[in-house]
Unconditional design. Structure first.
Length: 205
């Protein structure tokens, strides 16, 4: 590896450290409370080094969201080959839940931490390969077109949001309350499977 390649790799490693530290702090302390200096302190860099990579906190949040939402969308690639929309919807729900289990801090920042909306980003809205919500809507639209849902369930966005809300409830409770012994929690796999079956089978003809 030459000097140029080494510098590029080192720069990417530092950038990754900054992103990971920012994600952790945004989740733990809230977006508004975190400063660029606070992020620099966490990884023992100077604020100047942080500003070399990101012009401000909004730019840092933008890159985090683009990276994490694209990672979620890519979890669904394997679902594209499932022809039955009902089975595809169930498999997508399970993949979504697994993403939350594998990357709890990513999930917290994406769906459980208030922060300013990202108004301009590089992800293509309504492209199922980059937009996880678009992927979900496409499955729902396929099921409606194939008459697999009860006739009253014909609003694609409404059905997609109901399914999303149900699965989100399972994963957010798991993340927030997994160490809470007040409730005699049933195994996550059981809760997830029953929730997905109840939602999808309740919609199906």
């Amino acid at each position: 590896m030459g000097p140029r390649e080494r510098r590029v790799r080192e720069r990417e490693e530092i950038r990754g450290k900054i992103l990971d530290a920012a994600r952790d702090l945004f989740v733990a302390e809230g977006y508004d409370a975190v400063t660029m200096r606070r992020i620099a302190d966490k990884i023992e860099y100077s604020p100047t080094a942080i500003y070399f990579h990101f012009r401000d906190k909004d730019a840092l949040l933008k890159e985090l969201c683009e990276h994490d939402f694209l990672s979620l969308a890519q979890q669904f690639i394997a679902m594209r080959d499932i022809s039955d929309p009902i089975e595809k919807l169930k498999a997508t729900g399970k993949a979504y839940l697994q993403f939350g289990i594998d990357y709890p801090n990513h999930y917290r920042l994406m769906f459980m931490t208030p922060h300013p909306p990202i108004t301009e980003h590089e992800l293509e809205k309504d492209n199922p390969e980059e937009d996880a919500y678009a992927f979900l809507k496409a499955i729902v639209a396929q099921a409606i077109a194939a008459r697999r849902f009860k006739p009253e369930y014909k609003d694609v966005d409404l059905v997609a949001q109901i399914v999303w809300s149900g699965v989100h409830g399972v994963i957010s409770l798991q993340i927030a309350k997994q160490n809470d012994d007040w409730v005699d929690w049933r195994p996550l796999d059981d809760r997830a499977e029953v929730m997905i079956d109840v939602l999808v089978d309740g919609l199906a003809r």
